[in-house]
Design a protein around this ligand. Structure first.
Ligand code: PRX
Length: 647
C-alpha cells in the first residue's frame, strides 16, 4: 500500500465548491453536529412542489428509514422541466454511438418532448402510479427517456443490464411483477449486435407481460407478436409531447434495481424519490466538483447503479450535460475514451478500475493521441483501485493536472459515501480517503466492538442514515433488515472490509461476504453455484474468487461432476458448464476456471470450507490452516494437485 500523499492542485482548489481540507472539515463537523439542518439545506438544491416537514425518521433496528417526510416532488420535473427556462437549448444528453464519430445532441427542450411522449405511451398502455416497468435497453437515448417517463407518471422503473440472460431477465421481471417491458430489436456494442428482443421473447414466454415496446437500434427485422409488441417510435409519434407531472410523495418509490447478495436470489433494492434525488444531486456536484457548463462523462451502463445516479439522475438534476456512451473502452481501439473526451469536451470522466487496467496494458500511446485538456476531474468506482493504476490515471491520463477521486459506494447507498473531493482532499493512491459530509463510517471488529481511533481494520458499517439509502428490498423487508441491520445492531453493515490508517484515511479492502466483484460487477457465489448445479453435468459446486490482472477478481469454480458426465472428457464438461452459466446469468458470470474435483472440503456438519478453496485458487498452497477437522481431509490434497496441474 502506498502512503505517498498527492497534494491538492491550486488551480482546481481555486474554483472548487469545497476549496480546502479545512473547508471540508468544517462542513463535515457541521453535518454531524446538526444532521437535520445539514440535510435540510441540501434539499434546497431541488424543487419541491410541496415542502417537507421533517428531514428524517430512522430506526435501524426495524430497518425503517424515511427522508423529507410530507414533501412532494417529481424527479423528472427536477431533471428536465425546471431547467427549461434557463437551459432549454443546452444539451442535456450527448449520445455517443458505437461507431466512432456517431454523436447525437439532445437539448433539455427535446428531452422534455421525448420524455413527455414516452410517458403518454406508457399511460396509454395502462401504466399507472406505482406500477413497475422493466427497461431492458442498450445505451441509447430511449433508455433515459424511459427512466424519466416512468418517473414523470410515478411508475417504478426496473432497469435490467442488457448483458443479462433470458433467465436472469425473467426472474427480475417476475419478482417485480412488471407488465410492460421496453427493449430494442438489437443492441450494438463494440461492433457486435446483441439480440435483445429475442432474449425478451424467451424471458416472458410464461409471464403475464401485456406490452413490449421495441426501440429500433439496427435494421434487423424481429418477430413482433400482434397485440403485445409495438414499435416504440411509432407509439411515441402518436402521442402529444405534453404529459402532466404526477407529484410524488418524497417516499414514493422511484426505482427498483437488482443486485447480487450472498444468497442465490438477486435482491431488488428499492430507492424512493426525494432522498435519492437530493443525494444524487449533492454527491454529483461535490465529488466531481461540477459547475454549470461542465460536460459530465460517466462511462457506466445504465443497467448498474452508477448509470442511474451519475449518468441520469445526479447530472440531470443539476442541469448538467451528460454523456451516454454506447461503446466499449477498446472499440475500435484503446484510445476511444480519450477521443470521446476531446470530441464532447468532457470536464469530468468517471469509469471503473477494471477498464483502466485493461487500457494500461496498451501503454501510454493511445492516451497521448488525444489532448484531454478539457478534463478536470477523473473518477474511479466499483472496486479497489490499485495504487499503480491510480498513479497512471493521475500522471498519464490526467497529466498531473487533474484531480483523481476514488469513490466508494454501493447499489444500496444510492450515491457516493466515501471519496476525495477535488481541490480539498490530499490523496493517498489506493485509498477512497474520507467520508462525505453527512456520512458516518464506523469500523467494527468480529465481536461487534466499534473500533475507535486510527490505525484499525474491521468491517465497514454506517452509523445513521443518509438520504440516498435504499429503503427496502422489493417485497421482502425482512430480508432487508436481516441482511443489513442485524449483524451489528444499530448499524448498517456494508459487507466490505476496511482499514482506517494512522492518518484517518479509509482503505476499502473488499467484500467480507460471499459476494465477488468481477470487473466491477457484483456477483454472488451462491448465484453462480445454483446456475452450475442446474446442469446434469454438475452434482455439486463451490465458487470462489481469485486475483485477476484485469477483472480484479476472477471466478474459480470447483465442480463435482454428475452421473450424466460419466465418460465425458473434462474439457467438454468445462465448456458445457461455462455455457450453462452464460445462459443462466449472462456472460459476465462465466467462470474463468473450472476445476473438476472428486470432493469438496467440508466440515463434518457439511459446510463447505471456502477459506481453503480460496487459498488454493490463489495458489497459496502452504497456508491452508487446520484441515484435520474436515470430513474428508484427503480431498484437499487432491484438489491442490489438480490445481497445480491445471496451472
Ligand atoms: O465492495 C465494494 C465495491 O463494490 C461494492 C458495491 O457494488 P455495487 O452495488 O455493484 O455498486 C458498484 C458501484 C457503486 C462495494 O460493496 N466498491 C465500490 N466502489 C469501490 C468499491 N471497492 C473499493 N473501492 C471503491 N471505490
Amino acid at each position: 500500500m502506498s502512503d505517498r500523499i498527492v497534494p491538492t492542485k491550486p488551480h482546481i482548489s481555486r474554483r472548487a465548491h469545497v476549496a480546502s481540507f479545512d473547508h471540508y472539515q468544517r462542513l463535515y463537523r457541521e453535518s454531524v453536529d446538526d444532521p437535520s439542518g445539514f440535510w435540510r439545506r441540501q434539499a434546497e438544491r431541488i424543487d419541491w412542489f410541496h415542502p417537507f416537514e421533517r428531514a428524517c425518521e430512522q430506526d435501524f433496528d426495524r430497518a425503517e428509514v424515511a427522508w423529507y417526510l410530507g414533501g412532494k416532488l417529481n424527479a423528472a420535473f427536477n431533471c428536465i422541466d425546471r431547467h427549461l427556462v434557463e437551459r432549454g437549448e443546452q444539451n442535456a444528453i450527448v449520445w455517443v454511438g458505437d461507431e466512432p464519430g456517431t454523436y447525437r445532441q439532445i437539448t433539455f427542450r427535446e428531452l422534455h418532448d421525448r420524455v413527455g411522449r414516452l410517458a403518454n405511451v406508457l399511460r396509454r398502455h395502462g401504466v399507472q402510479k406505482g406500477d413497475r416497468v422493466c427497461i431492458y435497453l442498450p445505451m441509447i437515448p430511449e433508455a433515459v427517456y424511459a427512466m424519466l417517463a416512468c418517473a414523470r407518471i410515478g411508475a417504478v422503473h426496473s432497469v435490467v443490464f442488457a448483458g443479462f440472460s433470458a433467465e436472469s431477465l425473467k426472474n427480475r421481471i417476475e419478482d417485480a411483477d412488471c407488465r410492460v417491458v421496453l427493449t430494442a430489436n438489437e443492441g450494438l456494442r463494440g461492433g457486435k449486435t446483441i439480440p435483445l428482443k429475442q432474449t425478451v421473447d424467451q424471458a416472458i414466454e410464461d409471464l403475464p407481460v401485456r406490452t413490449v415496446l421495441v426501440a429500433r437500434r439496427t435494421d434487423a427485422a424481429v418477430p413482433m407478436r400482434a397485440g403485445r409488441d409495438l414499435w416504440l417510435a411509432d407509439e411515441m409519434e402518436r402521442q402529444r409531447a405534453y404529459c402532466p407531472v404526477q407529484w410524488q410523495d418524497s417516499e414514493d418509490p422511484l426505482f427498483v434495481l437488482y443486485t447480487s447478495g450472498s444468497t442465490g436470489k438477486p435482491k431488488g433494492q428499492l430507492h424512493t424519490t426525494g432522498g435519492y434525488l437530493v443525494y444524487a444531486g449533492y454527491t454529483h456536484q461535490l465529488v466531481f466538483d461540477w459547475h454549470p457548463g461542465d460536460v459530465h462523462f460517466c462511462a457506466a451502463d445504465i443497467g448498474w447503479v452508477t448509470g442511474h445516479s451519475y449518468v441520469v439522475y445526479g447530472p440531470l438534476a443539476n442541469g448538467a450535460t451528460t454523456v451516454l456512451f454506447e461503446s466499449t473502452p477498446v472499440y475500435p481501439d484503446a484510445s476511444r475514451y480519450w477521443q470521446v473526451c476531446d470530441d464532447v469536451q468532457a470536464a469530468i470522466f468517471y469509469t471503473a478500475p477494471t477498464a483502466l487496467r485493461a487500457l494500461l496494458r496498451f501503454g501510454d500511446e493511445p492516451v497521448k493521441k488525444y489532448r484531454r485538456d478539457s478534463i478536470r476531474v477523473l473518477g474511479s468506482v466499483g472496486e479497489p483501485i490499485n495504487p499503480e493504476v491510480w498513479q497512471w490515471y493521475h500522471d498519464v491520463v490526467g497529466e498531473g493536472r487533474c484531480a483523481v477521486v476514488d469513490t466508494w459506494w454501493q447499489t444500496e447507498t444510492g450515491g457516493i459515501l466515501i471519496s476525495a473531493l477535488p481541490g480539498a482532499t490530499p490523496c493517498k493512491p489506493g485509498s477512497a480517503t474520507f467520508p462525505l459530509p453527512g456520512v458516518r463510517p464506523v469500523l467494527v471488529d468480529e465481536h461487534g466492538e466499534v473500533l475507535t481511533g486510527d490505525g484499525v481494520s474491521g468491517n465497514l458499517c454506517l452509523a445513521g442514515s443518509w438520504p440516498g439509502q435504499a429503503r427496502t428490498i422489493w417485497n421482502d423487508h425482512e430480508r432487508f433488515r436481516q441482511t443489513y441491520f442485524t449483524t451489528y445492531p444499530g448499524l448498517y453493515f456494508t459487507g466490505d472490509g476496511c482499514r482506517r490508517d494512522e492518518d484517518g484515511y479509509y482503505w476499502i479492502t473488499g467484500r467480507v461476504d460471499d459476494v465477488l466483484n468481477v470487473a466491477g460487477h457484483r456477483l454472488g457465489t451462491a448465484e453462480i453455484e445454483s446456475a452450475l448445479v442446474a446442469h446434469e453435468f454438475c452434482a455439486e459446486a463451490a465458487v470462489v474468487g481469485f486475483p485477476h490482472d484485469v477483472k480484479g477478481t476472477g471466478i474459480q469454480a470447483y465442480v463435482i461432476p454428475g452421473k450424466a458426465a460419466d465418460g465425458v472428457p473434462p474439457e467438454e464438461i468445462e465448456a458445457v458448464l461455462k455455457q450453462q452459466v452464460r445462459k443462466a446469468i449472462g456472460p459476465i458470470a462465466t467462470p474463468d476456471r473450472i476445476q473438476i474435483v472428486p470432493g469438496l472440503p467440508k466440515t463434518r456438519s457439511g459446510k463447505i470450507m471456502r477459506r481453503i478453496l480460496r487459498k488454493i485458487g490463489e495458489a497459496n498452497y502452504q497456508d491452508l490452516g487446520d484441515i484435520s477437522t474436515l470430513a474428508e481431509p484427503h480431498v484437499v490434497e487432491l484438489i491442490v494437485q489438480g490445481h497445480k496441474a491445471a496451472r
